[in-house]
Design a protein around this ligand. Structure first.
Ligand code: FAD
Length: 409
């Protein structure tokens, strides 16, 4: 039986472990923290008196590797499907509109059956066609920066999907996302959300599956050093154990680039990250009844997306580096004022929790995707995995799950 050593129990490491079990490999999983899930984890939040996700994660129905993993671990029932009809509100202009991704197809465009975003006309929607072919070095703003849809559609969508400003984000990768979702039609652009939280949909079912199949799981085990002999990994050093690795074994490093570069100094990896900040506000029970949509996009504001949950309201701000060094209480107050403005209420700030993920993803620029593509000269029995290693997909749940599967295959 092939012995596989997987370092990192984020989604990439968990996916590699599950797919490795399917291939009947002997899986040994190591994680430095006492929690699994990495950047997609849930925790009990006292102020809200419930288990919440570190940040809101949105998945599209086109994300087939995500769905396949849920099928294997038996968690499909925990997913809810929302129509891709996004409500937007411009705080400065006091304008409301809906963007229904199902309407973005040639027939509906030609027939004029599209709810137009204010201050745009039908012709502006043909900017979608510019993504059919894009040279790899171009950024999103190079392609559609002049479009009238830029401030109300391209910019917020790019931030939401790639956690990177349109001025730096790779247009080729956004084009790949559009080709897998909107361009393929309604079936592929539904929105998946967990009925409870991501721990309930992915992390716990993955762990139950792995424990059940006899996977050797080692939490609080940080990889500290790797020995390489004759271009093969020969030994792994953890904080409390050392493991001899044979040439026929496989080592999968499913860790972020900043950790990876500590082991392979010569490799050039992405070094710039963008943060994502989520502010979770406790709200009256059944707050969701007051909203037509569970997800609302806000424009001309710091807040970008509101996720309306059962008992709390959660605000996501991507590419939020400007808030990294600002006090959490100050951020919560600024954002609460915006929510009051959107909800047209004047209410004191409720209990809240601010979660800053300073290294939420690497900057998803053409240069960083190119660096990931060029990573080679690694030991023969070592494969790298993780959202940042995919050169065709953004750093997402789908990208990390696919990277784990690819590493095993
Ligand atoms: C706030 C936020 C919102 C997001 N929103 C979305 C979204 O809406 N949709 C979407 O698809 N994606 C979203 N993402 C991105 C998604 O969460 C990530 O792409 C994915 O979780 C990355 O998984 P990973 O396994 O590649 O890396 P990680 O989750 O970083 O996992 C790496 C693991 O390796 C461990 N580790 C590191 N070094 C060592 C070591 N030396 N030894 C042992 N273990 C080690 C770490 O502790 C960690 O558990 C979001 C991310 C954040 C932070």
């Amino acid at each position: 039986m092939k012995n596989v050593f997987i370092i990192g129990a984020g989604l990439a490491g968990l996916s590699a472990s599950v797919h490795g079990i399917k291939k009947k490999f002997k899986i040994n999983l190591f994680e430095s923290s006492n929690l699994v899930g990495g950047r997609c984890r849930s925790f009990f939040e006292k102020k809200l008196n419930q288990e919440i996700d570190n940040g809101n994660h949105l998945v599209f129905s086109a994300n087939e590797n995500f769905y396949e993993l849920c099928k294997i671990i038996g968690s499909v029932e925990t997913i809810k499907v929302l129509p891709p009809n996004l409500q937007f509100y411009d705080l400065k202009k006091n304008l409301n509109w809906n963007l229904d991704l199902r309407q973005i197809n040639i027939t509906k465009l030609l027939l004029g059956k599209v709810n137009l975003i204010p201050e745009t006309n039908l012709l502006d929607y043909f900017s979608f066609l510019k993504f059919i072919y894009v040279p790899y070095k171009k950024t999103v703003s190079d392609i559609v920066g002049q479009s009238k849809l830029f401030p109300t559609l391209w910019d917020p969508i790019t931030l939401g999907v790639m956690n990177t400003s349109s001025h730096s984000a790779s247009a080729r990768v956004l084009s790949n996302v559009l080709k897998k979702t909107v361009f393929r039609g309604e079936k592929y652009c539904q929105i998946y959300q967990p009925k409870i939280n991501w721990n309930n949909t992915i992390i716990k079912p993955c762990m139950d599956f792995l424990i059940n199949k006899g996977c050797n799981i080692n939490l609080k085990n940080r990889l500290k050093k790797i020995d390489v002999t004759d271009n093969f990994v020969s030994k792994l050093y953890f904080n409390d154990q050392e493991i001899i690795i044979h040439k026929k074994d496989l080592v999968i490093l499913a860790i972020p680039p900043s950790n990876f570069s500590k082991f392979f100094h010569g490799c050039k990896v992405p070094e710039d990250y963008n943060s994502i900040i989520n502010i979770h506000y406790k709200m009256p029970k059944k707050i969701n009844k007051e909203f037509a949509n569970e997800i609302v996009g806000l424009l001309n504001s710091y807040s970008q997306w509101l996720f309306i949950k059962k008992n709390y309201l959660s605000v996501t701000i991507s590419n939020a580096n400007y808030f990294n060094n600002i006090d959490s209480d100050e951020i919560a107050n600024i954002i609460w004022k915006e929510i009051c403005c959107y909800m047209k209420i004047n209410s004191p700030i409720p209990d809240y929790q601010v979660v800053k993920e300073k290294k939420a993803t690497v900057v998803q620029s053409p240069r960083n995707f190119e660096l990931a593509k060029k990573l080679n000269h690694l030991p023969i029995n070592l494969v790298i995995s993780g959202d940042w290693t995919q050169s065709d997909l953004p750093s997402t749940i789908e990208g990390s799950i696919l990277s784990g599967k690819r590493a095993i295959n």
